[in-house]
Write a protein that binds this ligand. Structure first.
Ligand code: ZN
Length: 258
């Protein structure tokens, strides 16, 4: 089947599918950011593989004592983790840039990213749901308003929302923390609207994100996987490009232009 064809044939097939589609949605995972030098959590060389998974009660600890969490987070003496250091030095890569071009050229309607590094935004993608949050933002626990961390005034710990007085939390979704309702609703809406679905650099094992492409596929929507490695979705994908996003997406942009 097509899933086992050459890379060139896979790119030709996805070009045909996308040019016939009106609402293409992409689900993106850590594989895309890895091309910007940001370590993935799982897999060989992954942060969790090397150092163990983070505490599963992060959300509980935050709720118990948000001031203590903020104090630790704002401590100038604190060592940046390898992950934080990598994110701070990272730039959008060819894959991010190609996705922003696809949006600008009307070929990509929405991006659902599991990455918290903000690289899609920096590349110029605007139709974006950051389902696990964005580490440059804070979010009000009461009204849900998101603001840039760098722009809030921290008068006390925990910092409070200017609009409603609620406690501010870093926007990154912690272990045990529910995904914010507006983000989740938007993802389900996009999964229902999609007429083609791209799955890029994600092992598709983290729920609910892994559900969105499956929901679309159940309606008969073509599923396109771009990933150097086999994933849980490979078996149901209509087209599989066994390569990195940085190799595949710029080629896709070029072909869609001709
Ligand atoms: Zn608020």
């Amino acid at each position: 089947m097509t899933a086992h064809g050459t890379l060139d044939a896979a790119i030709a097939r996805m070009t045909a599918i996308i040019s016939e589609s009106r609402h293409v949605v992409a689900l993106v995972g850590a594989g895309l950011s890895a091309e910007s030098g940001i370590p993935t959590y799982r897999g060989s060389g992954g942060v969790w593989t090397k150092f163990g998974e983070p505490t599963i009660d992060g959300w509980e600890l935050f709720q118990e004592d948000p001031a203590a969490w903020w104090e630790a987070a704002l401590n100038p003496e604190a060592q940046l983790t390898d992950f934080a250091r990598a994110v701070e030095g990272a730039e959008p890569n060819a894959g991010h840039i190609a996705m922003a071009a696809l949006e600008a050229e009307g070929k990509l309607a929405h991006v659902i990213t599991q990455n918290i590094d903000g690289l899609h935004r920096r590349a110029g993608t605007t139709q974006l749901t950051e389902i696990h949050g964005n580490r440059s933002f804070v979010r009000c626990m009461n009204c849900g308003e998101r603001s840039l961390l760098a722009q809030i005034k921290i008068r006390q710990l925990p910092p409070l929302c200017e609009a409603c007085g609620g406690v501010l939390k870093n926007d990154t979704v912690m272990f045990g923390e529910p995904i914010p309702e507006p983000a989740l609703r938007e993802c389900y809406r996009q999964a229902a609207l999609a007429d083609a679905f791209l799955v890029i650099g994600t092992s598709a094992v983290v729920y609910p994100a892994a559900d969105f492409p499956v929901m679309a596929k159940r309606r008969g929507v073509p599923l396109i996987e771009i990933n150097p490695e086999e994933t849980a979705l490979t078996g149901i994908a209509d087209v599989v490009a066994r390569a990195t996003a940085g190799e595949v997406l710029p080629a896709l942009v070029e072909r869609l232009r001709t």
